[in-house]
Each structure stands twice: as C-alpha cells, then as structure tokens.
Write a protein that binds this ligand. Structure first.
Ligand SMILES: O=C(O)CCC(=O)C(=O)O
Ligand SMILES: [Fe+2]
Length: 337
C-alpha cells in the first residue's frame, strides 16, 4: 500500500497515563521500549523453546538457543500435529504470569484510570521461517475477540526480533474505521482484510522486553520471517473491568486444554481463575463475522482452493453447530482427496 515507516516511540510517556491515552486514541498503537524486564520475558521464551525443541521443530545440528528451525517440519496452527506440540507451552505457569506483569498492568491502569481486566485468553505464536504463505495477513483482532472495542493487545516477542525475523506492522489510524471487509486466508487468525483502508504502515526492530500495544480495531499484519529462526511471541489483551468481554476471551486458547488441565502442575494458586473476583460482564459471541468467513471458506473449498483448509479446521474444532462441523469435515476430506 505505502512505504513502511518506523514506529513512533512512546517510551518517554510511560508514566503519563493521559498522554498515553491520547496517543493511543490518535494513532491506535504505542511502541514502548523495555516495558517488561528482559529476564521475565526471556524466561518464558526459553520455556517455549524447550517445548518446540522437544517437539522436534529445531534443527538438531545447532544449539537450541540459536532458534534455527528444522526445515523438515511443515505444520501450522490449527493442524492437530501442530497443536499437539504447541499446547504444552500453555501449561507453563510463568507464561500466564507474564501477562500479569505489574509493568503491563500498571501501564493500563494509568491509561484507563480504572481497574484492569486481563483477558483469560492469551495467544502464543510460533512462526516458522521462510514460509511466506503462513505470514499473518492484515486483520483486526476485534473480529475474533469482540466484547468492548476498547480492548488492547500487547504483542511481545519472547526474544530479540529484528525486522528480518518478521515482527508485527500496524496501520496507524486504521482503528477508527470500523470492521473492514475480509476474506479467508492462511496464516494466524485465518482472515485477511480486503477493503481499502487508510493508515500509514509502521514497523520496527524489537529488543526483548519491548512491547507493541494496539487497539482491537487496528489493522495489523505479520512480516515475512526471512531468517532461519523460529519466531515466538505472545498476544495478551487488556480492557476496563467495567466493560463487556466476550465469552470467547474467557477460555484458554482453543485446542490447548481447559483451565483444570492448565493449572495441573502450578506451584501457586494466586492466578488460578483470577478473574472470578472481578465479576466480569461476559457476553455471548456474535457469530456474524465467522458466518461470513465460513460462507467464503465453503465456497473456496468447493472450488478446490486449499487456502480454505485452516478456516475449515477451525470450524471443525470450535463451531458449536454440528451441521457446520459436518460440512467442514466433508470439505476437508475432499480437499485432501
Ligand atoms: O504474531 C503474529 O504473526 C500474529 C499476531 C496477531 O496479530 C494475532 O495473533 O492476532
Ligand atoms: Fe492480531
């Protein structure tokens, strides 16, 4: 669309809630260097690396910490082979604790001037290198998470993430234009904005501990990972406790175990079901966007277009309606035949 520019840094505003809130309202994002201490992020990053090393996703001829991917592995979220390995990351108590880090929650307290609700759901991303087809396409998180639009994602890479590793780019100001038309795509989230929208693309290098914060309506996209290394990041989400949250944000990441399973080996109880004492206003998920996605995916699959696979898998794994799941299963079989 237009040439990439660097993020505007908001590091110097970090203690000034009013200034942060104004900039977030204007641009739709904040980029803050060193928001979370390096140790806290790296510790979780190393645990994620252990999980994928055990799963055979790293090249055994290189040291684990080099992050070099095993080139023979081709699998992606939400395929069962992928989830079988990936889901173990969610058992890590430290990974869940990271989203409650006082530097993040404190930042949102200043921005909201109210008690913060940390979403129970958080998302981890494992991005294999040199798989451009799976690069996350331009999308808006709101379509997936709903609840109050005044929800903010913190995107935190779990290691240094120079541009060539493919961080996240945001389209400045695109959060003020409502939900954009989309189509079905491969890659995280499975959707891609098709309608033209206004907004200068912004991007940059991350050192571990740097954070990108953006509005739920913000158009954002992954950039190609041109290295040989696996990229790991988490998305955690925050809102005012007085505003509604969708039921989809109350559960653990789909296919990665329920809370009892997650909590199985935790050493402390403090963060288990932490949201219950906040009594959040939970609303049912509105299926209008997913219904539109499903119509597109069914049509694509009928035309033999493989791009529909990830959306069909999501329907099979997550849709409460048996009829839709059956149709998606049937089309997946046909695509594989
Ligand atoms: O890390 C990525 O490539 C995608 C992150 C993202 O936008 C998402 O998970 O919604
Ligand atoms: Fe996203």
């Amino acid at each position: 669309m237009n040439v990439m520019q660097s993020y505007t840094e908001s590091t110097d505003l970090v203690m000034d809630g009013t200034a942060l809130a104004e900039r977030l309202a204007r641009d739709g994002y904040l980029f803050i260097r060193g928001l979370v201490p390096t140790d806290a992020v790296e510790n979780v990053g190393h645990q994620f690396l252990d999980v994928v090393a055990q799963g055979g996703w790293l090249d055994p001829d290189h040291p684990k910490r080099s992050r070099i991917a095993n080139r023979n592995i081709v699998c992606a979220d939400p395929e069962p082979e992928f989830l079988q390995v990936f889901r173990r990351f969610y058992l890590s108590e430290d990974s869940h604790a990271l989203k409650h880090h006082p530097n993040i929650v404190g930042l949102f307290e200043r921005i909201f001037d109210e008690e913060v609700l940390v979403h129970p759901l958080f998302v981890a991303r494992n991005i294999f290198p040199q798989k451009e087809k799976l690069t996350t396409r331009p999308h808006q998180d709101f379509v997936h998470i709903q609840g109050t639009a005044e929800t903010f994602t913190v995107w935190l890479p779990l290691h240094d993430c120079p541009r060539e590793m493919g961080g996240l780019a945001v389209a400045e100001g695109s959060h003020r234009q409502g939900v954009h038309d989309f189509t079905v795509a491969s890659g995280a989230g499975g959707l891609e904005v098709t309608a033209p929208f206004d907004g200068q693309w912004r991007f940059g290098d991350f050192a571990v501990g740097d954070a990108l914060i953006f509005h739920s309506m913000m158009v954002h996209k992954g950039m190609d990972n041109k290295t040989k290394k696996i990229r790991h990041s988490i998305d955690a989400r925050y809102q005012r406790v007085s505003e509604p949250i969708s039921e989809v944000s109350m559960a653990n990441y789909s296919g990665c175990g329920d809370w009892e399973e997650i909590y199985g080996n935790w050493k402390t109880d403090d963060l288990k079901y932490y949201w219950r004492k906040q009594n959040p206003d939970v609303q049912p998920y509105d299926f209008q966007y997913y219904d539109r996605r499903d119509d597109i995916a069914f049509k694509m699959a009928e035309d033999g277009n493989d791009t529909a696979r990830a959306a069909l898998l999501r329907i099979v794994q997550r849709d409460p309606r048996a009829e839709k799941r059956a149709r998606a299963t049937d089309l997946l079989d046909r695509l594989e035949a």
